[in-house]
Design a protein around this ligand. Structure first.
Ligand SMILES: O=C(O)c1ccc[n+]([C@@H]2O[C@H](COP(=O)([O-])O)[C@@H](O)[C@H]2O)c1
Ligand SMILES: Cc1cc2nc[nH]c2cc1C
Length: 344
């Protein structure tokens, strides 16, 4: 496959999975060795130390950088929205795109605070995916094209990317994907999304159960699950995660919906999410269980449940702090600070 021709079939995407590069352990070892020289008790910067070494490992350089972060927000509509699974009407998806463009959304302010570039990818909003409670969300070709769209959204030259989404009804799709991938009961995976009331939550739970039952013959592997139950923005996030691995770009996953998309990659390739961190634990009911399934510990826990890349963009600030300490602190030798006393 030439670099300018993204894969447009599941077979080509499966072939790409075999080409994913591993970590740069030499860069990580050098970063770890530097952490031990810096003027602080060993380990005392906790996860900031881990983040600096993780960035070195996945950027492939001993001195990690965070000058150029980008937030990508993938936006799509969902047929299931017509069944009353969201507290907001479907037209909000398009209206929020305008709000992003005019700089009025939360993610605009957070990008400005974090000095991050923002890209919004609108995915055929006039053509919602199929209603998953009645049949598949997408045909294989459409799903592969959406994955390819996400692959193409990753450009070289960014130090890290935050992957976010926007789409009324997409927590229903995310819950259905999780139920199909991890099993359990529908109510393990369903939450209030944008703020459903009790009656709405009951309806949404029944529809998620129905979606998995109706599509049961289409759930044989992770890509088929994405195709049958997911959405275009979830598929694009899958593509962006894979492309970022090829481009040596570390990823911050946002909330429940972004993490549900990432779970597809987790099930497709062992270690496929090693270049990704979960930025925050969303207040959406199932996110805690989902991050446990992925073996991840979110960086922040602020009761946020907005989506649109907000939590991941906010966490860029932690990555910047980790890099500033890693690259800027003096070593014990440079600052003439005495090292640890011999243990008795
Ligand atoms: O990702 C999350 O943790 C999250 C939790 C609740 C809501 N959202 C956002 O809200 C929208 C989906 O909610 P809903 O209720 O319409 O399914 C969509 O635009 C998401 O970005 C996102
Ligand atoms: C207003 C609004 C903004 C959002 N941003 C991401 N998801 C959203 C859902 C709603 C309803």
């Amino acid at each position: 496959m030439s670099p300018n021709q993204p894969p447009v079939s599941f077979d080509e995407i499966r072939a790409l999975l075999k080409e994913l590069p591993g970590p740069d352990e030499a860069a990580a070892d050098l970063a770890l060795a530097r952490q031990e020289q810096l003027t602080k008790p060993s380990g005392s910067l906790g996860r900031l130390e881990e983040i600096a070494v993780w960035l070195a490992r996945w950027q492939g350089r001993a001195s990690p950088g965070m000058e150029r972060p980008r937030t990508a927000v993938f936006v799509a509509n969902h047929g299931i929205a017509a069944k009353g699974v969201s507290a907001y009407p479907q037209e909000v998806t398009q209206q929020m795109v305008q709000n992003f463009v005019h700089g009025g959304a939360a993610v605009n302010q957070l990008c400005s605070v974090a000095d991050a570039d923002l890209r919004v990818y609108e995915m055929a909003l006039e053509k919602p995916t199929g209603d998953i409670s009645e049949g598949p969300a997408m045909l294989e070709d459409d799903c592969a094209r959406a994955i390819a769209y996400g692959l193409m959204a990753v450009e070289e030259g960014f130090d890290a990317m935050a992957l976010g989404e926007m789409g009324i009804g997409n927590t229903t799709a995310a819950s259905a994907v999780c139920l199909a991938l991890f099993g359990g009961a529908a109510d393990d995976w369903v939450g209030r999304g944008t703020g459903l009331d009790d009656a709405g939550l009951k309806r949404k739970t029944a529809l998620v159960e129905q979606a998995v039952a109706v599509n049961r013959d289409r759930l044989s592997d992770p890509l088929s699950i994405l195709c049958a139950l997911g959405g275009q923005e979830l598929a694009a996030i899958v593509g962006a995660i894979l492309a970022a691995r090829l481009a040596r770009t570390p990823i911050l996953l946002d909330g429940f919906v972004s993490t549900a998309a990432a779970a597809i990659v987790h099930k497709l390739v062992p270690g496929g999410l090693d270049h990704c961190l979960v930025a925050h634990r969303s207040a959406e009911h199932a996110h805690g269980r989902l991050v446990e399934e992925l073996g991840k510990v979110p960086l922040l826990d602020l009761d946020m449940r907005l989506g649109e890349g907000s939590g991941a963009t906010l966490a860029f600030l932690l990555l910047k702090a980790a890099v500033a300490c890693h690259n800027g602190m003096a070593t014990f030798d440079q600052a003439a600070v005495s090292r640890r006393s011999r243990d008795n």
